[in-house]
Design a protein. Structure first.
Length: 68
């Protein structure tokens, strides 16, 4: 798996994962539990991961949606 995006913004995480799902790309959000443990200060960003073979398509989806 490759990292597609790293952010502290829960709304962006939700938007991007929904966008990927709609595009037929499976994703995995890492560091959610670590982020919760540290509290609400947002010091630890969460990572959205996609399969190596889907990375280029995922970047295109984000670019077309104006996210990157």
């Amino acid at each position: 798996m490759k990292e597609l995006l790293r952010t502290n913004d829960p709304v962006k995480i939700s938007w991007v994962t929904a966008l990927l799902t709609d595009g037929g790309i499976e994703s995995l959000v890492l560091d959610s539990h670590t982020s919760i443990v540290e509290g609400s200060i947002g010091a630890i960003p969460r990572r959205i991961m996609v399969d190596d073979d889907d990375l280029d398509a995922a970047h295109r989806l984000l670019r077309d949606a104006g996210e990157i």
